[in-house]
Design a protein around this ligand. Structure first.
Ligand code: NAD
Ligand code: UD1
Length: 342
């Protein structure tokens, strides 16, 4: 079993992935500055993983931009890194581009330098379907043009380029860039989930906060898109499926020859905003009032993955559908109406 460094492991995707990696028998060091998360998520990961993993999770509060924090996190040896740490709010990235280039790009550069210094050359990177911009062809293959339309997407494209450059520069790098589509849902226990600060930008957390009574109604951004019901279509992926995709990527990188893998992680199924509202109402038994308003700038009509390359290379595919995403999202939201602060 491997020794893994998980940057940003206290966050939404990181916490679920830590649990799956602990259950697979790996030992983990998490490096997180808790800028957008709470240590409580990792306490619950430890609780869910049970006594078998009692000594297998070490948590370090620190920043990926700090070489001394990275040195501490890598000190016990490391077989592979899963790099989640970063900032992800599109609107904030437009307002504060230098902050996004600093955390996402300089942070990744600092991490790669620290990895080289300690002889670790295996990394799984959290990339995003956002780098396809407004896709011309749907479903989207990995060979589609990279055309990000905001600074957040630019930073993801830049880190993918940095990883490609480092793989070319010296032998031995094992790299997976995982381009996530729309991660949603929660651990089925309701103990782990997504805990956004302030007003959620994304559909799922907004819908679940309406269902639990924290917000009065959802604004549906556009009812005139060229989609079957006029609302936007996305490829939602259950966070537990995504976590299992990371476990598979770590296993494949460590087992195979050095390589650079670039993979879409999605379900291949599109769902509209109105379908999500109906499914969430059915799963929660709560009404989700909504009104259709103007389109949001920068939105695409439809974004759906072609996930066939990941199925082939990782022998992984999604197992959970929209009703499980809503059921588990509701289990989390209803038990933790104020997130980890509940
Ligand atoms: P998140 O904000 O919940 O998790 C990110 C974690 O990184 C947080 O725990 C945060 O405290 C930590 N962090 C931030 N800056 C840091 C720094 N300088 N040093 C150390 N830790 C730092 O976000 P998430 O949804 O779990 O996303 C994880 C990764 O996946 C991010 O890189 C994000 O860009 C990417 N991604 C997310 C989505 C999505 O919809 N959630 C989609 C595509 C890609
Ligand atoms: C958004 C980001 C994307 C980022 C992703 C994950 C934008 C333009 N895109 O993607 O870069 O990678 O989040 O963090 O911000 N919707 C509503 N009402 C809402 C919220 C959303 O109708 O209150 C609609 C959107 O118009 C879209 C769908 O719901 O059709 C999904 O939206 P969202 O969850 O924000 O994800 P993306 O737009 O795919």
């Amino acid at each position: 079993m491997a020794k893994l460094l998980i940057t940003g492991g206290a966050g939404f995707i990181g916490s679920h992935t830590c649990l799956v990696l602990l259950e697979a028998g790996h030992s983990l060091v998490v490096l997180d500055n808790f800028d957008n998360s709470s240590p409580e998520s990792l306490r619950r990961v430890q609780e869910l993983a049970g006594p078998a993993a009692a000594d297998a999770l070490k948590v370090i509060k620190g920043d990926v931009r700090s070489s001394s924090d990275l040195e501490r996190a890598l000190a016990g040896g490391c077989d592979a890194v899963v790099h989640f740490a970063g900032l992800k709010a599109v609107g904030e990235s437009v307002a504060k581009p230098l902050l996004y280039w600093d955390v996402n790009v300089s942070g990744s550069r600092e991490l790669l330098a620290a990895m080289r210094a300690c002889g670790c050359r295996t990394i799984v990177f959290s990339s995003s379907a956002t780098l396809y911009g407004l896709p011309e062809v749907v479903p989207i293959c990995e060979t589609a043009p990279i055309k990000p339309i905001n600074p957040y997407g630019q930073t993801k494209a830049a880190v993918e380029q940095m990883l490609a450059d480092i793989a070319t520069s010296e032998a031995g790098w094992r790299i997976a860039c995982l381009r996530y589509f729309n991660p949603v849902g929660a651990h089925p226990s309701g103990r782990l989930g997504e805990d956004p600060n302030g007003i959620p930008n994304n559909l799922f957390p907004f819908v679940s906060q309406v269902a639990v009574g924290r917000r009065s109604r959802l604004s549906v951004f556009g009812g005139d898109w060229p989609t079957p019901d006029g609302s936007g279509v996305r490829d939602y992926i259950h966070v537990m499926d995504l976590a299992e995709g990371h476990r598979a990527a770590v296993d494949v990188l460590l087992a195979e020859d050095p390589q650079l893998l670039t993979l879409n992680l999605g379900s291949g199924q599109g769902h509209s905003v109105l379908e999500v509202v109906a499914a969430f109402e059915a799963a929660s038994g709560q009404a989700v009032p909504y009104e259709v308003v103007a389109r949001r700038p920068g939105d695409a009509a439809s974004s759906v993955a072609d996930p066939s390359l990941a199925a082939q290379r990782l022998r992984w595919r999604t197992q959970r559908g929209l009703s499980e995403m809503c059921r588990d999202g509701w289990a989390w939201q209803s038990a933790n109406p104020q997130g980890y602060a509940s």
